[in-house]
Each structure stands twice: as structure tokens, then as C-alpha cells.
Ligand binder design. Structure first.
Ligand code: PLP
Length: 459
């Protein structure tokens, strides 16, 4: 791999706004999309851009505006848009073959070996990898199906604030009521327990009088014959919650949840779809805890920007019957080639260190901005999975989705793309490509500070 300077990966002129937003051509195409595409659209409502090109941590729209991308296609383009090293591997593969079902190919086996290689110590030996359909939800479906196969049980435990996807099973495990209200029936016997969301503790504890009572609630649900929860096939958890608002639980939380799961013989699934592949400064976010899962779900960055999903699990859980989980797109070798190149890139460029350094830098800056702000209730994150929780004021902590949406719009107008998430859609999320430079990250955060000040001054 030739030496790649991260500053050369992005458009050097970012951010550059050339006129009113959205521009003339964008407006026309946005309208065309609304006219001819189904109305379940989401992202262009909050961020009305029509993308022409992407490079590194920057995006150019069809009117020539160049944005800093703090969103990275919802975490997919961890190595930046059009990463030349990944694209070179893709082109090489595309000249050979692009679709192979689940027949073995060298690139498929290479990716499996690489996934095995990046597993932490205790998991590395004997881990098996299974590919799913092209998207993260497919990995989740596959994980719960495997757990049900292995345990002959059917109920499942998930966590408040969880996001696991939109297919029927994954949506059942997702906590947001909005997605479920008109989409019934869901999977039966899915139960939600509190996550360690310390800023809004479900058990009304504060950080200085907390003994991880939320963990005790989880244990009680498994232990108490009258908890109402039939012994589950699996528990699924994001070691750091993404869409729920970039929630980093306290030290020990994840390892305790894993310990209790083991004690009650409930397989634990760690959903690493958003947090995996160095997003949080370690290859997988569960490595911050030392806990070892039974099944890991992967997607987003796994395919280096191309659609791919997989699960990895200990060999003892390989309870599938032959052909028990089939699917035509489980052989997307283009994405697999991109995945192999991505893992190489992550390791050779020590993205774990880079992500940690830039992440800490952004967090420190945001903490300072919070000191002078009435509407920033909490700043949290690990690596480049960062959240800023927006409230009406710090005393009441009343969530403000409206102010968060205003911040997103105003940032966009100044050339910075951010998304929002969280229980009340009130968390501004910073999820830039991991190859973002310190300089670009700083410019983006400075613009965000300006936007916070402006929005606050108008209150
Ligand atoms: C933790 C987690 N799991 C699952 C999914 C679903 O992935 P997809 O949207 O690719 O189906 C997401 C998507 O944001 C996610 O963040």
C-alpha cells in the first residue's frame, strides 16, 4: 500500500458554499425525487443536498457546494468517500467477477480470514463467519435466527434506545415506537430493559449514586420466575449505542451484562454494525469492556462502503443445518474485495490511534463549547462516535428535538453535514469518516460552535 496522506483524500476547498442552499439544480432534483420516489425518504428531508461527488471526509453537491461530512453515510464510509486504496481493490475484483452466491472465491476466504484475524484474543480461535444479505438488518436477522436455532427458545431481550434495523425482526428489536406504530405485528416476545443512559437514567440515579442498578434489572428479568419474560434465545445489545444518541455506558456495564447472560445461559449478541471497525478507537467497541460476545453483527464499514453484512460467532454456536440461511446476495465479491482492502487500510494506517486522537480532540472542544452554552446538556462519545445532547435548558434537561434540527440546518448552510438521533431526536451526532484530519475536524467543530451561538442568541 502506497503511503497515503489523509489530507489528500478530501476536497481541499471544503467547506465552500457558492450560493443559496439548496442551489438551483439541487432544488429541481430534490423535487423530482419527491415526485417519483416513494415517500419513506428520510435523510434528504433534514439535509436537502443532491450529491455529485465525495472525497474523503468531504462531499460536493450538484451546484458546486463543498461540505465537510460529519456523517459518513451513517457510518458506512469509515475510510472516506472514494478511498483510492479501496477503489483499486474493487476495480481489480470487478474485472474478474462480481457475484458468486456462496461459492468459495479467494477473496471471500481472504475476508473471512481477516475477520477472524481481527477478533480479540479469546475469540480468535475457532471463530466462524457467516455472510448475510447486503445490509445491517440482515446481520441482525441472521444473529437472532442462529440463537433461536441453537437454544430452541424464542423470546429476545433488547435495550431501550436500541437501533437494530428495519426488517421485521430487527425492527422488533429497535426501541423507537415511531417505526413500529403502523408496522404490526412485530416478533412476539421481545422485551426491552433499560440501557445505561446515565444522562437520563431510567432508574433516576445519578452518576455519583449509581451502582449499575440497570444491570440488576436485567438480572432480575432473567432470574425472577414472575418477571413475565420467558427464558430468552438471546440478548442483543450495542456496546455503545449509536442511533439512540451515541450513548457510552459506564465502565463495567457491558462486561456485567455479558457475565449475567453467561450465568443464565443466554447467548449475547453484540451489535457492532455502527460501532465496529475502529469507529470508537478499537476494532470493535466491545473491546473497551473486555467482555466476549457469543455472536457479533457487522455491516456498514465491513464492506468498505459497499453493501455487505456478516456475523461472527464461536464455533460451538455453529448450529445451522445445511442451507439454513440462504440468500442470493451473500456472495457480493465486490464488497468483499473492498472489505479486505478496508481492513488492511485500517491496520496499516493505525486508524485506532488516529480515531482516538481526533475523537478526543473533538470531545475536548465540544466540552468547552458546552461550558458556555445553555442548550448543550451532555457531550459524550468514544473515538469518532460522538453525541451532543440538546436541551431547552440545562436545569430542566427538557429535550429539544426542534433546536437539534435547527442546528443541523444551520450547520448545513455553513457547509457542515451532521445528523441527529437520540430518544427525542435531540442529539447532534458526529460520525465523520475515520480518515478526517485534525484540521478539517477543527474547522467543522468551529462552525458548529458558531451555529450553537447563533441559535442560542435567537432564543
Ligand atoms: C447498531 C445498528 N444495527 C443495525 C443497523 C441496521 O443497519 P442497516 O440500516 O444497514 O440495515 C444500524 C443502522 O444504523 C445500526 O446502527
Amino acid at each position: 500500500m502506497r503511503n497515503m496522506k489523509f489530507e489528500e483524500l478530501s476536497f481541499s476547498e471544503a467547506p465552500k458554499i457558492v450560493g443559496e442552499l439548496p442551489g438551483k439544480k439541487s432544488k429541481k432534483l430534490l423535487q423530482l425525487q419527491r415526485d417519483i420516489e416513494g415517500s419513506a425518504l428520510s435523510y434528504p428531508i433534514g439535509i436537502p443536498i443532491v450529491i455529485e461527488e465525495g472525497r474523503g471526509a468531504t462531499i460536493k453537491d450538484v451546484d458546486g457546494n463543498v461540505f465537510i461530512d460529519f456523517f459518513a453515510g451513517a457510518g458506512v464510509v469509515a475510510l472516506g468517500h472514494c478511498n483510492p486504496y479501496v477503489l483499486e481493490a474493487v476495480r481489480k475484483q470487478q474485472n474478474k467477477i462480481t457475484h458468486t452466491l456462496d461459492f468459495p472465491t479467494e477473496i471471500r476466504l481472504e475476508l473471512i480470514e481477516k475477520i477472524r484475524m481481527i477478533m480479540p484474543g479469546k475469540l480468535r480461535d475457532g471463530v466462524k463467519v457467516q455472510f448475510g444479505g447486503p445490509t445491517g438488518s440482515d446481520a441482525v436477522e441472521m444473529a437472532i435466527k442462529l440463537a433461536k436455532y441453537n437454544t430452541n427458545r424464542h423470546s429476545l431481550i433488547a435495550f431501550e434506545g436500541a437501533y437494530h434495523g428495519m426488517t421485521a425482526g430487527a425492527c422488533s428489536l429497535t426501541s423507537g415506537k415511531f417505526w413500529k406504530e403502523k408496522y404490526i405485528p412485530m416478533l412476539p416476545e421481545v422485551h426491552f430493559v433499560p440501557y445505561a443512559y446515565c444522562y437520563r437514567c431510567a432508574l433516576y440515579k445519578s452518576r455519583n449514586n449509581c451502582n449499575l442498578e440497570c444491570v440488576s434489572v436485567y438480572e432480575r428479568v432473567l432470574e425472577d420466575p414472575h418477571s413475565g419474560v420467558v427464558h430468552p434465545a438471546a440478548t442483543i445489545i450495542e456496546p455503545i449505542q449509536g442511533e439512540g444518541g451515541s450513548i457510552v455506558p459506564p465502565n463495567d456495564y457491558i462486561s456485567k451484562i455479558a457475565e449475567i447472560s453467561k450465568k443464565y445461559e443466554v447467548p449475547i449478541i453484540f451489535d457492532e454494525i455502527q460501532s465496529g471497525f475502529c469507529r470508537t478507537g478499537k476494532m470493535f467497541s466491545f473491546q473497551h469492556s473486555g467482555a466476549i460476545p457469543d455472536i457479533i453483527t457487522m455491516s456498514k464499514a465491513l464492506g468498505g462502503g459497499f453493501p455487505l453484512s456478516a456475523i461472527a460467532y464461536k464455533e460451538e454456536h455453529d448450529g445451522w443445518r445445511k442451507a439454513a440461511h440462504i440468500g442470493t446476495f451473500r456472495g457480493n465479491v465486490t464488497a468483499m474485495a473492498a472489505g479486505v482492502a478496508s481492513i488492511d487500510f485500517i491496520i496499516k494506517n493505525k486508524l485506532d490511534n488516529h480515531t482516538t486522537e481526533i475523537g478526543n480532540h473533538i470531545l475536548n472542544k465540544l466540552e468547552k463549547i458546552k461550558e458556555n452554552s445553555e442548550i448543550i446538556g451532555d457531550v459524550r462519545g468514544k473515538g469518532l462516535m460522538i453525541g451532543v445532547e440538546i436541551v431547552e435548558n440545562k436545569e430542566t434537561k427538557k429535550p429539544s428535538g426542534k433546536l437539534a434540527a435547527d442546528l443541523r440546518t444551520e450547520s448545513y448552510k455553513r457547509g457542515v453535514l451532521i445528523e441527529i438521533g437520540g430518544h427525542y431526536n435531540n442529539v447532534v451526532r458526529f460520525l465523520p469518516p475515520l480518515i478526517i484530519t485534525k484540521e478539517l475536524a477543527e474547522i467543522g467543530v468551529e462552525i458548529f460552535e458558531e451555529v450553537i451561538n447563533n441559535v442560542e442568541n435567537e432564543l
